[in-house]
Structures are given as C-alpha cells and as structure tokens.
Design a protein around this ligand. Structure first.
Ligand code: FAD
Ligand code: NAI
Length: 470
C-alpha cells in the first residue's frame, strides 16, 4: 500500500490548493478527485471550476457583452447592425474556459509533485486508510487526511432536479436555447447571477424569494440600491413567497406559490432554476465509521479545521462558514501549514463577498445593521459612482461605495460597494482592514485619476464629511 504524508479527498479550490501548499512544504501528497469532464478525462477544480465560479463568470461576461452590443454601444456612437446571439458558441467558449482551468490544475499538480488519483475516495478500516474506486482502484495510507468534498445543490422537496426543466446550477449553466420564460426559486447569489445571464440573453425572468426582504445579508443601503437597479433592468422579483409545489406538463414547468399577502399564484415557465442554497457533500465517505462527527449535515470542525479524529481535517463547503472558493482556499493553505507545524491564522471577518451581477456587489466586514445590533457606534461615508469621472466615462455610473468606521477610533469596520468592478475595488478595503487602517488612511492615499478607486477614497473622506467630488 502506498503511503503519503497527506491525502486530500476532493480537488476543488479547497482541496487542490491544500495539496499544492502541503507539497510546497515538502510533504508527499496525494489528491483524490472523482470528477470527470465531458471528454471522459479528469476535471479537477471542483464545483468552482466545473459548475460554479468559472463557468458562471464566463457566461456573465459573454451575456454582458451581448447586452452591451444590443443596448449600450449606441450611446458610445457604435452602431451594430444584425446583432445575433450564437448561444452554442457562447456555451462552447465557457466549456473551453473551464477545460483550461481543469488542465491548469493538473499541470500545477505535476509541477508540485502532487500525486493525483482519479476516483472516489472513502475511509477504509481506519482514519488513515483511504480506499479509491474509479479510474484508480487502490488503497493508500496517509499520516494526515484532509476532507474537501464540497457541496451539492439543495433540491426543493417534491421537485427533484432533472437538469432539463428543473435545473440546479449545473443545468442552468448549459441551457441550449434561451427560455422565453424562466422561473427562479431563491434570490440569493446564484439566482441573481444566473437570472441575470438569461435575462440579458432574452429570457423573461421571475425570481421567487421566501424572505420578506431583498439581499438580507448585504448592507441595507446597498440592497436597496441593488433592488432598484435590477428592477430597472427588468429582473422581476417577488419576496415573502411560499412555494406550494412544482409540476411538469408536456412543455412547461409550473410553480404554484402564495405571495406575501397569502394570495395563491402560479407561474408557467419553460425552465425553472432552483437556487435555494447548497448542502455539504459527505455521501459515501464512510466518515461516521471512523468516528467523524457531524453538525447539521456539515463535518464538525474547530476553528482550525480539525475534526474530532486526530490527523483528520476538513475544509471548504463541507464545513461551517460561507460557501466561497476563496474561503475554502484559505482553509486549505492554513491546514497544510498547521500539518507542517506552522501557526497560520485566518480572519473570517475579512473574507470578502461578491455578487457578480452588473453592477457588481461586494463587501467586507460588518453591515451598518450588524454594527447597530452589536452596539458599536460608527460613522458612515458614502460616495456615488455618478460623481466618479472614470465611471461616467465608462458609462457605468450606477451604484455607490459606503464606508463604515468606528466612531471612537475611525477604524474601518465595513466597506460595501455596488458598482463597476466592485469585485476588484473591495481588495483595497480588505488590505486596509487587515492592517486595521482608518477611513482617514484611505483618504490620505493618492489614487490615480481618473480611476474607479477614487470612489473608495471619496467615500472614505465622506466619513469625515470631506469628500472632494460631491
Ligand atoms: P468543491 O469545489 O465542491 O470541490 C469538491 C470536489 O470533491 C469535487 O470535485 C468533487 O467531485 C470531489 N469529491 C467529492 N466527494 C468525493 C469523494 N468521496 N472522492 C473523490 N472526490 C470527491 N464561490 C466564490 O468564491 N466565488 C464565486 O464566484 C462563486 N460562484 C459560484 C457559482 C455557482 C453557480 C456555484 C454553484 C458556486 C459558486 N461559488 C463561488 C462557490 C464555490 O464554488 C464553492 O464555495 C467552492 O467550490 C467550494 O470549494 P470546495 O473545495 O470546498 O469544494
Ligand atoms: P444562497 O444561500 O445565496 O441563496 C438562497 C436563497 O434562497 C436565499 O435568499 C433563501 O432565502 C432562498 N430560499 C431558500 N429556500 C427557499 C424556498 N423554499 N423558496 C424560496 N426561496 C428560498 O444560495 P444559492 O444562491 O443557492 O448559492 C449557494 C452558495 O453558492 C451560496 O452560499 C454562495 O456562497 C455560493 N455562491 C457564491 C457566488 C459568489 O461568490 N459570487 C456565486 C454563486 C454561488
């Protein structure tokens, strides 16, 4: 039986990054992943690469280009005649981007001398024994095991995914013809991102959300602004609904629900995307048999990702915390370093969140409501992109930046953005907060002109009512 210092089960962003970091630290590492691409070859990279972050961002970009060519180029004096959507080409491009990432991870494994084992891994007769079935059929032993098996979409009771008409993220990223009418259940991150993709490509999209308010996890100011912008874009959303049932007819899918006032309603759609969250994936791991404990379906871990079983760790979507690729990666690196005897630290308060709609939404730290609930007095500074020269030149002036700083010390406690390239702008806030910077610090730093970053500076200055451009 081959033996390794570390065996990682799962090759998503948590697992493959943990494997690479452990190998960098001089350990003998095996990574086991069962995913197979359409070409029958290994498809490393997990949910994120195959049916998550990467393909969704490819389609978001392509659909944005299509919408811009159809609706926004004219204001720049660029006339397009005979605009056509070639959806098959758009989907092929997305698949090519995914394949490039799959192969890139294989290359990184070779470069770092990580042994890749294509197949399904499960615990054998002890926590240090891993059985692999699939392309590889063998048993290995490892001093340390990292479980990084990710998550699966949560189905709606009574409406199993068929990926033809009732779609999870997997089917929603591969619809072969633009639905005339698309229903979406869940106005969370997937509902908004994939709802936006298909709306831009021409679908009439209605999103049904159980909660009474929009984007409850975001800062209220941002959620309000986002609600207005998405409504203007033609995304229909209903809140406080209760879905009564989903049924399939020959061609359609019907969703029956009660609206916020309790009135019975129904939507007939060509397709339905169900995006109501994800559940940890632990099926077939044989984890209970070796003594691993669970907490509400997740693998129970401490703050350092240790399970209760010595030398067995778990990271990413299969454990507590936000289901985000970069959070999984941070945990992967930290666990590899802990195994090597180092003492890394992750500040979970500084994990940024991004929703890749147009405009993008991004935030880090606390919302104003959270700070109020915690009794922390803060000052807020806001700056609209409509007063930022670069945003106006780009034709992307919707949205704003909001800084929240502690009243007593001016330390930045939260930054919230809705606007162009919010996903990139938020990095400045994360850096500042990691160094426990103040809003005055950002206000004193020279930002290039004209740049979107100047909106960060102006919002920081606005905390002290010193914004220069408004
Ligand atoms: P996963 O990526 O799920 O990887 C787990 C891997 O383990 C899979 O390859 C699976 O096949 C394999 N596996 C499972 N069990 C076994 C077993 N027993 N043996 C062998 N292999 C096994 N996050 C972001 O941060 N940014 C985004 O923009 C973003 N967009 C998303 C868009 C969509 C549509 C979705 C669905 C998710 C998105 N996410 C995004 C979330 C992100 O994909 C996950 O948080 C991330 O993939 C979790 O990484 P992971 O390594 O924990 O698990
Ligand atoms: P989510 O948790 O973001 O949103 C689910 C939504 O569905 C919630 O608003 C919830 O209130 C609603 N809901 C739940 N049950 C419902 C019901 N029966 N009827 C109506 N509404 C209901 O989950 P989502 O969008 O499925 O995404 C899963 C995970 O993937 C998220 O945790 C997210 O972190 C990750 N992801 C991250 C992305 C990013 O970082 N840009 C992009 C896409 C997904």
């Amino acid at each position: 039986m081959s033996s390794f210092d570390v065996a990682v089960i799962g090759g998503g962003p948590g697992g493959y990054i943990a494997a690479i970091r452990a190998a960098q630290l001089g350990m003998q590492v095996a990574c086991i992943d069962e995913a197979t691409g359409a070409d029958g070859k290994p498809a490393l990279g997990g949910t994120c690469t195959n049916v998550g972050c990467i393909p969704s961002k490819a389609l978001l970009q392509s659909s944005e280009n299509y919408e811009a060519a159809g609706h926004h180029f004219a204001e720049h004096g660029v006339r397009v005649k005979g605009l056509e959507l070639d959806l098959a080409a758009m989907l092929r491009r997305k698949d090519k981007v995914v394949k490039g990432s799959n192969d890139g991870i294989l290359y990184l494994f070779k470069k770092n001398k990580v042994t890749f084992l294509h197949g399904r891994g499960s615990f054998g007769s002890s926590p240090s024994e891993i059985r692999i079935t699939g392309t590889e059929n063998r048993t290995i032993s490892a001093r340390h095991v990292i479980i990084a098996t990710g998550s699966n979409p949560r189905p709606l009771p009574g409406a199993a995914f068929d990926e033809k008409r009732i779609l999870s993220n997997t089917g929603a990223l591969a619809i072969g013809d633009v639905p005339k009418k698309l229903a979406v259940i869940g106005a969370g991150v997937i509902g908004l991102e994939l709802g936006s993709v298909w709306r831009r490509l021409g679908a009439d999209v209605t999103i049904l959300e159980a909660l009474p308010e929009f984007l409850g996890m975001a800062d209220e100011t941002i959620a309000k602004e986002a609600g207005k912008i998405f409504a203007r874009q033609g995304l229909k959303m209903e809140f406080g609904v209760s879905v009564a049932g989903v049924s399939l007819s020959k061609k359609d899918v019907q969703v029956e629900y009660k609206d916020r006032d309790g009135a019975a309603k129904a939507i007939d759609a060509d397709r339905l995307i169900v995006s109501i969250g994800r559940v940890p994936n632990t099926a077939g791991l044989n984890a209970e048999a070796v003594g691993i404990q669970f907490d509400r379906g997740m693998i129970a871990v401490d703050g350092d990702c240790r399970t209760g079983v010595p030398n067995v760790w778990a990271i990413g979507d299969v454990v507590r915390g936000p289901m985000l690729a970069h959070k999984a990666e941070e945990e992967g690196v930290a666990v590899a370093e802990r195994i090597a005897g180092q003492k890394p630290h992750i500040d979970f308060n500084l994990v940024p969140s991004v929703i890749y709609t147009s405009p993008e939404i991004a935030w880090v730290g606390k919302t104003e409501r959270q700070l109020k609930a915690e009794g922390i007095a803060c000052r807020a500074g806001q700056f609209p992109f409509s007063a930022n020269a670069r945003a106006r030149a780009m034709g992307a002036s919707a949205g704003l930046v909001k800084f929240l700083a502690k009243e007593a010390t001016d330390e930045i406690l939260g930054v919230h953005i809705i606007g162009p390239f919010a996903s990139e702008l938020i990095a400045e806030a994360v850096v500042a907060m990691a160094f426990r910077g103040s809003s005055e610090d950002i206000g004193m730093i020279c930002h290039a002109h004209p740049s979107l970053g100047e909106a960060m500076k102006d919002a920081a200055l606005a905390v002290d009512q010193r914004a220069l451009n408004i």
